[in-house]
Design a protein around this ligand. Structure first.
Ligand code: NIG
Ligand code: FE
Length: 428
């Protein structure tokens, strides 16, 4: 027996030793401070899926180096935390290219929605699509994001709007994470639109979605709960009922707030200690103050702002002054932001919203992690955090927001491993 136990521990120690990796000859933007947390000529040591040491290569402690069994020379390239896309609607059927044309001809996003198009048209295409088609297309989109440096993705439901179809979306979201080996956080967004079966009965629909929420939570499918609080979505009162149920179940909330009008959604979400309030073009001063007190992250979505040709900017300076952390995401969805380029979002965050390049990158790393409740484990390169990185063919991190239409991600590292499908990419 003793021999068996001793062998077991020996194997354990061996495994630990085998998995220790040195990533060196890199300029490391740890994102631990507002100046990129830059370490020139840096190195990182990982053990399994975690970071155990980061610093200047010449300072690597001997004790750690002795454990290292694999070395990766990063060729003096830039290493950052893996990007985190903290707001996406990645799973859906069909597309809305025709709606795009209609909008260019003068139709407004709200008009199309009120006429039964918009979200509802994607709901009908999603209900008709089979599980495998939804899974395959979502995997392709996720891989596209990964090629752009993303290692963590939030995926919302909200195009099913029946118990069955919302469950399908959430299960598929979990499968995408398992298939690609990346972190996927699921968000339950049944309160996205009133489906045709509940026409004129939004309150009854909220009752139904609250009922489904309990069952889906019991199945372990929900990491957070979201709603669309808007004239074409749900009222603050209906949103409050969604949040009350989430609170009863111990689930964190977030909100599509103040995208097209000021509904006081951010202040309401802050009452429930929301992880984040997202969009925020019409956010007012009370909302900012409430978010600051609650510690909610402001997730800004320049892709939707751009694609809907909005003109009202989120109150960036006021958010800064109040010290509200700002995150940036693609908001990938077929209606308001069919974008799969995280770097383009960094660029637009700077050009359209006037963020600094440092603020933009913090928005897709450290602050995006906080928006998902993952601040303790992801978003920066620090000992103890997950070994999720992106390696870039640029010299300095401000270039990530500077070039646009470029594919400068050389590779990603997910949990200490370079995924098979993402080795030294070439983009022709
Ligand atoms: O984040 N605003 C609500 N939801 C999405 C758009 C969904 C759609 O148009 O299909 C958004 O912009
Ligand atoms: Fe969204």
């Amino acid at each position: 027996m003793y021999r068996l136990v001793a062998q077991f521990f020996a194997v354990g120690r061996e495994a630990e030793r085998i998995l220790s990796t040195l990533w060196h000859n890199a300029n490391v933007a740890t994102m631990c401070d507002s100046n990129w947390g830059m370490i020139e000529r840096g190195a990182v040591i990982t053990n399994g899926s975690n970071i155990v040491w980061v610093g200047r290569e010449q300072d690597c402690p001997i004790a750690h180096l002795q454990q290292v069994t694999t070395k990766h020379n990063l060729g003096n390239r830039l290493l950052t935390p893996g990007l985190i896309d903290c707001h996406t609607h990645l799973i859906y059927g069909g597309d809305r290219a025709r709606e795009f044309e209609l909008r260019l001809e003068g139709a407004r996003y709200e008009e199309i929605a009120r006429a039964g198009g918009g979200i509802r048209s994607t709901v009908s295409a999603t209900r008709q699509a089979g599980d495998e088609a939804l899974f395959e297309s979502a995997c392709q989109r996720a891989q596209q994001l990964m090629r752009g440096g993303v290692t963590t993705i939030e995926i919302k439901s909200g195009y099913g709007l029946t118990a069955h179809d919302e469950a399908r979306m959430l299960r598929i979201a979990r499968r995408v994470g398992e298939q690609l080996g990346i972190t996927v956080r699921t968000t339950y967004l049944a309160a996205h639109a009133v489906p045709p079966e509940f026409d004129g009965r939004a309150d009854d629909y909220i009752d139904a979605t609250n009922h489904w929420m309990s069952a889906l939570h019991a199945e372990g499918l929900i990491d957070a709960v979201d709603a669309f609080c808007e004239g074409i979505g749900f009222t603050p009162l209906q949103t409050r009922r969604v949040f009350e149920r989430a609170q009863q179940l111990g689930l964190p909330v977030k909100l599509h707030a103040e995208q097209l009008s000021d509904q006081g959604g951010a202040a309401l979400a802050a009452e429930f200690s929301a992880l984040s309030c997202d969009h925020l073009e019409y956010l007012n001063a009370d909302g900012i103050q409430a978010m600051q007190k609650a510690g909610s992250v402001a997730v800004l979505l320049p892709g939707a702002f751009y694609f809907l040709r909005e003109t009202k900017l989120p109150p960036i300076q006021q958010l800064r002054d109040a010290g509200v952390p700002i995150a940036i995401a693609t908001d990938h969805n077929p209606g308001s932001s069919p974008c799969l380029s995280p770097l383009l979002m960094l660029n637009m965050a700077c050009t359209l919203f006037r963020l600094t390049p440092t603020e933009a990158l913090l928005g897709m790393t450290a602050n995006a992690a906080s928006a998902l409740g993952l601040g303790a484990t992801q978003g920066t390169i620090e000992a103890g955090k997950r070994a999720d990185f992106a390696v870039w063919n640029v010299a300095y991190p401000n270039e990530l927001a500077y070039w646009f239409g470029h594919h400068s991600c050389a590779q990603i590292i997910v949990g200490g491993v370079v995924p098979e499908t993402h080795r030294e990419q070439s983009h022709d």
